[in-house]
Design a protein around this ligand. Sequence first.
Ligand SMILES: Nc1nc2c(ncn2[C@@H]2O[C@H](COP(=O)(O)OP(=O)(O)OP(=O)(O)O)[C@@H](O)[C@H]2O)c(=O)[nH]1
Ligand SMILES: [Mg+2]
Ligand SMILES: [Zn+2]
Length: 352
Amino acid sequence: MSDVQTIEQLRHIGWRGQALPADGRRVARVVAQHRAGYELHDGSQIFGAQPAGHFLKRGLDPAERPAVGDFVEVEPGKPPHILSVQPRRTVLSRAAAGERYERQVIATNIDFVLVLTGLDGDFNPARIERYLSLTEGSGAQPVVILSKLDLHDDGTARIEDLRGRLPAGTPIHAINSKDPASVTQLAGYLRSGDSAVLVGSSGAGKSTLTNTLLGSQHMATSAVRGHDSRGRHTTTYRALLPLPSGGCLIDTPGMRELKLTGEEHLDLFADIEALAEACRFADCGHGSEPGCAVQAALDDGELSPERWRNYLKLRDEREEQAAMLESRLRRQRGGRPATKMHGPRGSRERES
Ligand SMILES: Nc1nc2c(ncn2[C@@H]2O[C@H](COP(=O)(O)OP(=O)(O)OP(=O)(O)O)[C@@H](O)[C@H]2O)c(=O)[nH]1
Ligand SMILES: [Mg+2]
Ligand SMILES: [Zn+2]
């Protein structure tokens, strides 16, 4: 097959490169990762592969191992081996739960992060803000999708509530994931060559939406618990699927914990940061200080207490994670301080 044909084929799986590797190595995309190895797709077929030995070395940052969404170079063989990962256009990651700082890659080379929440008991604006904050550092565009519109008469109130809370311009779609006509409003995020990842709690309906977009019941789904709308962790691995629309969609397992990585900017709360800068005292604790702009906004209802609390929680977590990230990077540099502080914007302090 000619290079032109190979490139044309790779386009079907979202590859944007202009030239194939000079050494003639085969390029493919990671579409699934299992305990036993990887599944790759070259735009025409799926095949299994193992990571080369250097990916298994102890001490290697897990974020450097091949992840779903990656384009990799492959050495033929039985089985084929993944030799290297091509530079990532975008990366969505979270920090692993636990004491040690570790970034976990959720998906790479994605254009859109589709944050899916059910309009049932799953609905939780604070959690949506957490997902949007994580997305900020990824390089991909966030899109909020509210599912199960067909099941909830009070859906409209929740949608309006969210619109008032999120920055203007954040796309919000309310859908019935089971209805092909309803999901056509997402077509703009799944165009040929584009890739999107679906994230959200278990039971939100990620696999249901994936199946509707695919036009087949490829992913298993299961009913949520009646009393609290919780899902049953049906999907257990990330799966990248080429859609009939020409776009690629990554379905993921519902995540129990979503820790910030420390690289977020919290642009979502820029209005609150602006308020805090308007306080009379530069070191205002936003408690009972005179001239506190935050208290004034809380008092007159301009700022909701719930959103303020979520901001404080995310800000503190971001600071803590940023400190852990910085000390890990320092260790990697052999104890030298960073030449350029890669701290979050919140660490800037006024000098008055
Ligand atoms: N009526 C209705 N039911 C939905 C909708 N979206 C999802 N469901 C139902 O919600 C349940 C959970 O859907 P799943 O697609 O399995 O959820 P998931 O997000 O993939 O969950 P995990 O794989 O566990 O993370 C299923 O019973 C779906 O039929 C929707 O828009 N309308
Ligand atoms: Mg699922
Ligand atoms: Zn204040």
